[in-house]
Design a protein around this ligand. Sequence first.
Ligand code: SF4
Length: 356
Amino acid sequence: MKKNVLQDFDMIGFQESLVQWYKVNKRDLPWRNSQDPYKIWVSEIMLQQTRVDTVIPYFIRFINKYPTIYDLANADSQDVLKQWEGLGYYSRVRNLHHAAKEVVATYNGHVPNEPKKLGALKGIGPYTRGAILSIAFDQPEPAVDGNVMRVISRVLQIDDNTSEPRVKKDFEKYVREMIAKKDPSSFNQGIMELGALVCTPKAPQCHICPVQKYCRAYENDVVEQLPIKAKPKKQKTLQYIVLLIRNANNEYIIEQRPQTGLLADLWQFPMIPVDEIKLDEIEDWIDKNYGVKMVLGEKKGELKHVFTHIIWDLEVFEANTLQMESDSNDWKFVHRRELRAHPFPVSHLNMMNLLS
Ligand code: SF4
C-alpha cells in the first residue's frame, strides 16, 4: 500500500455519513429483500458488466425458476442458459451453474462463508467474494469493482492507473481499512450506491454528496480528472455472412457453438467468416462444410454485435435447400416456431425478425 493515503482521513466520519445516507436513500431492488447468500450471489453475477435496470427482470425470473441453490444445481444446462439469454457474458452463468453444483455436492447446499472456500468456487473473484461475505454474512471484506474504485480514487484523490491489477489490489487494502466493522454490508453497498447514483463517471453530483466534506478531489477541484484509466484497446471487427437456410417444412439450420470460448453452448444460424470465403463461393462452401446443397437467396439485412474486444459485422442472407434431414451431429433442422426454445445470442435472436 502507498504510504499515507489514509493518514489524516476521518474514517469514522466517512463511514457514518455513508452508511446513514445509504440507509435512507438505497433503491428498493429485489435482491435487497434478502440476506440469502445464494440470491445475493446470483444478483452480483448478473450485475457484472450489466445495468441494474436490465438485471431486475432477469433476476426475478431466474429466482422464480430456481428459488434455491438445489433447484439451480439440478437444472438442465440448456434451460439455465435460456434463462440468461440476452444478458451476455455467458461464461458467468456457466460458472454459476457449475459452482452451484459444487456447493450442493461439497457443502450440503450451504454457500461457504470462509473467504478461501468461497473464492475457490468457479466464477467468484475477489469482488463477488467480498460482496457475498459482507452482504450475506456481515463480514468486513472489501468488494472493489470499477464503481468503487472511481469513488475511492476521488475521495482519497489517488491518481494511479485504475486499469492495473496492482492498483486494484491497493484499493482493496484501502477499503479493508476504511470499511465499517459494525455494518460492512451497508458500507460496501453504500459505496456502490453512491457510485451509481451520485459519484457517477460523468457529471458527479458533488453538491448533494453525503461524503463531500471528506472528499479530497472535491476539496482540490480535481473531480473531473479522476479516476485515471488506461485507454481501452480498439475493438477488432470481424465480418461474417449469416445464412438463414430453410427447407420446405419451414425448418431452419441451426448449430451449437463450441463448449468453450465466446458465447459457448449457445445456438446460432450458420456463420461464415468473410475473409475466408466470398459470396459467390458460399454454396460450394456450405456443401463442403455442412453437407447441404442450398441456393443462396436475397440479402435480408445487416446487424452488429459488439463485445468487449471484438465487433461482429453480420450480413444476413436467406437460402433454400431441398434437404429435409441432417446427417450431422454439428447442426440440425428446427421448425421456425421451435427456434426460440433454444438459447441464442442477441444478434441471432434479432435475425429471427428477418425470417420470411
Ligand atoms: Fe464523488 Fe463529488 Fe462526492 Fe467526491 S464529493 S465522492 S467526487 S460525488
